[in-house]
Design a binder for this molecule. Structure first.
Ligand code: DGL
Length: 287
C-alpha cells in the first residue's frame, strides 16, 4: 500500500462537486477503517457543460497532482460525467487502481417490469457513446429514455448548502423521465449523476407517479471492497459504520475544493454529516 502515513489504506473520492458525497458514504460504510480524501473539482463545476477534450485535458493532469499529494491506494471517480469519458485516459496515465461510476442501466433494465426505463444524467453523460453502448448491451427489451438535465446537479448542491430550491424547479428537470405508453408507464429511473441521490426524498415526492430510483453507490462500494479487500482492524465492527454515518470520524478524513474556497457554515455542517471535518492541508497545485 502506498497510502502515506501509517500504513492505513487511503481512498481518494473525486467528483466535480458535492455529488460524490453520496458515493463516499457508501464506501465509508463498507471500509470504515480506511482514511478518505474527498476532492471536489468545484473550480470546474459543472462538468456536464464542458467539452470532452476540455475534460480530458483537465482531469488527467489534475489527477496526477492529487495522486502525488495524497498517495491514495485507490481512487473512486464518483462522477458519471467524468467516468464515461476519462477512465481509459486515467488508467493509461496512472498506476493506482480506479473505480468509476457509470449509469446503472443494466440493473435498471433487469428490474423493470413495464420495460419503460429512464436514465437521468447530465447533458454530457446522456450524449456519450459509452452510455449508448450500455443501452445496446444491457437494455434487454426495454425502451430507454435518456434525459439530460441542465440544472439538477446545481440544484442538489444548492439544497445541500442550505439554499432554498423550489419544488417546481426540481419537478421540471425530472418531468421528461415519466413516459406513458398506453397502459404502460415508466417504472424505473437510473440516477446517472452522483448529485441526484442528494435529492432522493424530494425526487420521490415530486414524481408524477412512484418509480424505483437506482443509485449506483452501493455497487461502487462493493467494487472497492472487491479490489482492496474487506475492512480490517479491531475498530471496525458494525459500530464503525454508524459512527461514520453520524459524522464522528474526527480529523482522519479531509476534503479538498480545487477552487480553494472555504465552505460556508451551512456547507461545513453538511460536510461534517459525511464525516469530513477538515480541509486537506496540502492544497492542490494549479494545473
Ligand atoms: N456528479 C457528476 C456526475 O455524476 C456531474 C455533475 C456535473 O455536471 O459536474 O455526473
Amino acid at each position: 500500500m502506498h497510502g502515506g502515513h501509517t500504513g492505513e489504506t487511503t481512498i481518494l473520492v473525486f467528483d466535480s462537486g458535492l455529488g460524490g458525497l453520496t458515493v463516499l458514504r457508501e464506501v465509508v460504510a463498507a471500509r470504515p477503517d480506511a482514511r478518505y480524501v474527498y476532492v471536489a473539482d468545484d473550480a470546474f463545476f459543472p462538468y456536464g457543460r464542458h467539452s470532452e477534450a476540455t475534460l480530458i485535458g483537465r482531469l488527467v493532469p489534475l489527477m496526477g497532482e492529487l495522486i502525488a499529494t495524497h498517495r491514495p491506494d485507490l481512487v473512486v471517480i464518483a462522477c458519471n460525467t467524468a467516468s464515461t469519458l476519462v477512465l481509459p485516459h486515467l488508467r493509461a496515465a496512472h498506476t493506482v487502481p480506479f473505480v468509476g461510476t457509470v449509469p446503472a442501466i443494466k440493473p435498471a433494465c433487469a428490474g423493470s417490469r413495464t420495460k419503460l426505463v429512464s436514465v437521468l444524467g447530465t447533458e454530457a453523460t446522456v450524449k456519450r457513446e459509452y452510455t449508448k453502448a450500455l443501452i445496446r448491451d444491457f437494455g434487454q427489451n426495454c425502451a430507454v429514455t435518456l434525459v439530460g438535465s441542465a440544472h439538477l446537479a446545481a440544484l442538489a448542491e444548492a439544497a445541500l448548502e442550505g439554499r432554498p430550491v423550489a419544488d417546481a424547479d426540481i419537478a421540471a428537470e425530472i418531468a421528461p423521465c415519466f413516459v406513458a405508453d398506453g397502459a404502460r408507464r415508466t417504472d424505473t429511473v437510473a440516477l446517472a449523476c452522483t448529485h441526484y441521490p442528494l435529492l432522493k426524498d424530494r425526487l420521490a415526492t415530486l414524481a408524477p407517479w412512484p418509480v424505483g430510483w437506482i443509485d449506483p453507490a452501493p455497487a461502487i462500494a462493493r467494487r472497492v471492497v472487491s479490489l482492496l479487500g474487506p475492512a480490517s482492524g479491531a475498530a471496525c465492527g458494525p459500530a464503525c459504520g454508524l459512527a461514520a454515518a453520524a459524522g464522528q470520524r474526527g480529523a482522519r478524513d479531509a476534503f479538498v475544493f480545487t477552487s480553494g474556497r472555504a465552505p460556508s457554515p451551512a456547507l461545513a455542517d453538511a460536510l461534517k454529516a459525511f464525516g469530513l471535518c477538515r480541509a486537506a492541508t496540502a492544497a492542490v497545485a494549479k494545473v
